[in-house]
Design a protein around this ligand. Sequence first.
Ligand code: CP
Length: 296
Amino acid sequence: MRHLISIQDLTDKDLIQLTDKAAGMKLPKATSVDPKKPAVSLIFAEPSTRTRVSFERAAQLGGRHTTLLQATGSSLEKEESLEDTLCNLARYGFGVHVIRQSKTGALEALRALGCGSIVNAGDGTGEHPTQILGDITALKRWGKKTGRKSVEGLKLAIAGDIRRSRVAASWAKAASRLGVQLMFFCPHEWRPLGWGEKIAWSDKKEDLNSVDGVMALRIQKERMQPGEEWIMDDFVGKFQITPQDLLEQQFLMHPGPVNWGVELAPVLRSDPRSLILEQAESALFVRYLLLDWLDA
Ligand code: CP
């Protein structure tokens, strides 16, 4: 039974093939429900728009039934465990479980449960592997437009609240496998610990000129520790990405949701360098393909 709990669950070949194929895709035509395909449960104990809706749409376009369980209104609210939840859903034909929840690393315990394939849709500050599959796909689509054959050798700055970012954590594990060079641009206090010494770090905006593009991250106020608010006083002035911080040929990314006016200047919403909506669309394509990969 296949799972995608960490980006490391994909071999290099899977990682390249899924994103190559997604980069060449258009929105598939909806097919009728195929009773042979496992239905998909969407278990979202934390808020989500992009991940939840794109998985739901991907499942529907691929001919699968879906169901949604949220933190309120399901027996998760009565503290039923994920283990019991999944094994009950498995008896109803749900063979894939896309799960977002707040406990970092908690999905590992479900790997050997035998009640369906687990997809990590974001676990606390742990990982968000399908987000970076969408990001890689968006970069490959950008490469097709700009004449770059591969993401190998690409230099990507990731900016903002790195230490708490599950997107940055998945990127830190995958970048060297793809030949992508990462630079973290953030306040010293938000620099991650123990993520590998090879990743460059900077708190100087002029260093952004040395990369191919910048991906800003959402400031996660809900996960901030008491006493960290002072960092925010400085953040907008020193770390917010503005149009002037980007060269003409650079791209801008953000996994969403964006706090306009905090990590990104609002005027960037319509900037031609932005790949933000391509990221969202690319994530739909690669999630569509991922559901078939889980069945294999
Ligand atoms: N990028 C992302 O995970 O967005 P949502 O929180 O809206 O799913």
